[in-house]
Design a protein around this ligand. Structure first.
Ligand SMILES: Nc1ncnc2c1ncn2[C@@H]1O[C@H](COP(=O)(O)OP(=O)(O)OP(=O)(O)O)[C@@H](O)[C@H]1O
Ligand SMILES: [Mg+2]
Length: 323
């Protein structure tokens, strides 16, 4: 915590045994929480869950394709994307891990660490500069200085960044035609904007080539909709609101006629062997959320346990696969 924030007065709200949804739970936030825990009966029967390595084995049946990891902010997209990429490399595939997350240090630190794995990042600023340079180089020969200035001013519009990022995204999508590409997306709002651009481009292309070559056009959106080409992995946390948010994201994707391939429930306590009384008390809430996920998810559900410390570095991330 930054020094300035540390100096402020603060309240600390402990993790509770139940999700704070509903009136009783909200009232409970004001009461001492020790009572919730003392009622817990430790359950011997553990949860039988499918591991991330099983998802990787499923994906590794192919030789190429786009694996797009999506989900709300902070659910573990970058972590899960890195684990899937490492898992595929382990099964002998060569993999490109690409991230659009501006804060994906985790993924970036893997670059050059593992033979068979390359890591790239779509940085909007860098992509915009490259795109503007390309357009200017292509169009400026033969232009007067005034015309060139006008072109450059035109390219300063915010649309340019959107187009440039879409270009980079389309390139990554097409790369998946010859090898595995794992794409770690930024928090949802941004990704859906990208999807929107993808849809707009698709419609534009169909209009432009109407009749003529329309049977031969393959747009990035068509590749995302093609279940043989693209596998969407939806990451969610096993708590009430995050599950609702992930279901809403799945609905958004379905409206674009994109069907998720599988769900990954991250930071699961059921997938751990915890003996901590508070965490054990939370298992009941989690079980309910897993039931909701299983009822709503398209595709199979895989689980990643909550680890005692954040999974950073090749060894820790690989360990998530079989945890
Ligand atoms: N299974 C896990 N156990 C413990 N900590 C985890 C686990 N998965 C992720 N984390 C930690 O949770 C935090 C968020 O994870 P991550 O950065 O992968 O999420 P994200 O969805 O990519 O976030 P953003 O939306 O900001 O891109 C990180 O500190 C990460 O180390
Ligand atoms: Mg991320």
């Amino acid at each position: 915590m930054p020094a300035q924030l540390r100096e402020l007065e603060r309240d600390i709200i402990p993790l509770r045994a139940v999700d704070s949804v509903g009136l009783a739970a909200l009232r409970g936030l004001l009461a001492p929480h020790s009572t919730e825990i003392s009622n817990v009966k430790v359950e011997a029967s553990r949860f039988d869950h499918r591991k991330l390595s099983e998802l990787v084995a499923e994906l590794a049946k192919g030789e190429r394709g786009l694996i797009m990891v999506m989900g709300k902010g902070g659910v573990g997209k970058t972590t899960v994307a890195a684990a899937i990429a490492l898992g595929l490399v382990q099964s002998g595939k060569s993999v490109h891990l690409s991230t659009t997350d501006p804060a994906a240090h985790l993924a970036v630190t893997l670059n050059g660490e593992v033979p068979g794995l390359s890591v790239g990042r779509i940085d909007p600023k860098v992509e915009t500069r490259k795109y503007v340079d390309k357009i200017v180089a292509a169009k400026s020969p033969g232009m007067t200085q005034a015309e060139k200035d006008l072109l450059i001013e035109d390219l300063r519009s915010p649309c340019t960044e959107e187009v440039a990022v879409f270009h980079a995204f389309s390139h990554v999508v097409s790369q998946a035609g010859s090898s595995f590409v794992v794409l770690d997306t930024a928090p949802t709002g941004h990704s859906l904007l990208l999807m929107d651009a993808t849809g707009a481009y698709h419609r534009q292309m169909l209009r432009e080539f109407e009749g003529k070559a329309s049977g031969r056009i393959v747009t990035p959106l068509m590749r995302l909709q093609d279940a043989a080409y693209t596998k969407i992995i939806l990451v969610a946390l096993p708590e009430a609101t995050p599950v609702s948010q992930a279901v809403a994201l799945q609905d958004d994707l379905r409206r674009a006629r994109i069907e998720p391939f599988a769900w990954v429930v991250n930071k699961s306590l059921l997938a751990t062997t915890t003996r901590d009384p508070l965490l054990l008390a939370r298992l009941e809430s989690e079980r309910k959320q897993i039931e909701r996920v299983k009822a709503q998810a398209s595709g199979e559900v895989f689980m990643v346990p909550w680890t005692a410390s954040p999974p950073v570095g090749v060894a820790a991330i690989k360990a998530l696969l079989d945890a």
